[in-house]
Write a protein that binds this ligand. Sequence first.
Ligand code: UD1
Length: 360
Amino acid sequence: MKIISVVGARPQFVKLAPIHKAALAAGVEHVIVHTGQHYDPMLSDVFFEDLGIGAPDVHLGVGSGSHGVQTGAMLAALDAVFDEHRPDWVLVYGDTNSTVAAALSAVKMHIPVAHLEAGLRSFNRRMPEEHNRVMTDHAADLLLAPTQVAVDHLGDEGLAERTVLVGDVMTDVLFKVRDEVGARPSPLLAELGLEPGGYYVATIHRAENTDNPARLEEVVSALSGLDKPVVLLAHPRVVAKAAAHGISLTQGSLAAHQSLAYADLIAAALSSAGVVTDSGGLQKEAFLLRVPCTTVRTETEWVETVQLGWNVLANTAEEISASVTRPRPTETVEAPYGDGQAATRVIRELIRVASDRNLA
Ligand code: UD1
């Protein structure tokens, strides 16, 4: 059996790592296509190297652009790749422009599409990712859902028959990396002279928080007024927008730092007093590490983190400050994101459904 994985943005490289490992273990031919949506070495190459994925088989080199330009360039390039390989599955990940481009190209070529991380919803139609998810789920042939909540959303949209609950593949990687870095102190502590538990880790990159100058100013002023040093692991988007708006990302408690490799990020989060983020993945990683999280958004797809008390949605400067300094949440043994074996289940499902299809 042959699977083509299409990835392009940082969180997709993390999800790709356990899938690649499980595919190889099952003797599946696994072709990796990188669209080039993320091209900075710290957003891309370092993940392929550190997570043991090796180099992508095909690199489309699409780069940045408006949504239409970027997605269109991927679509135009992917047709030829799928035509050459004719895989049993195109596997798409999450909710980026790379996801929707690959799903659309493949279904139109009658190549079966599986969507990993299907069924997540924010119900916020101003998020580009929400459109990417909904369109990908409705186009795909197999919906690999990470949580029961995601399964329920797909059922509500009439997609139950194509849905399978597999668990969350990011949990697979996180548990492995947590165990590897657990005993080692984060290199960030020595570099910045920080004490364990004496700082917060922040990431802010979403369009909703960065593109409007007044909004970015509000978030920066909330972070710079916090009671402990805040290390902002700055995505190129927030760096570019802050420069364009004339806003300094190093002021008060806030200090900008370049993005970290995955293991260094996990180590930094693990010994922090809390995480402040608008990333989807980091909210969940904080929960799995049992580090209190503040999410700078009005809604989340990972509602379990909020229900269990480890994540608080905070949008205004006052809400952010109150959430970050709240008492430590109550411990929980709940495991809504699975057991760290999701990738093996994904590959098993892909093999099962493809062989049923071949027999039919
Ligand atoms: C994308 C995803 C988002 C995901 C995020 C993870 C979409 C619609 N959004 O957002 O869901 O959470 O990736 O990081 O697909 N840039 C660089 N170097 C790079 C990549 C980007 O400098 O390697 C800068 C460019 O100015 C670019 C901007 O960041 O225009 C935005 O990049 P883009 O890939 O369009 O979206 P992200 O904000 O990274």
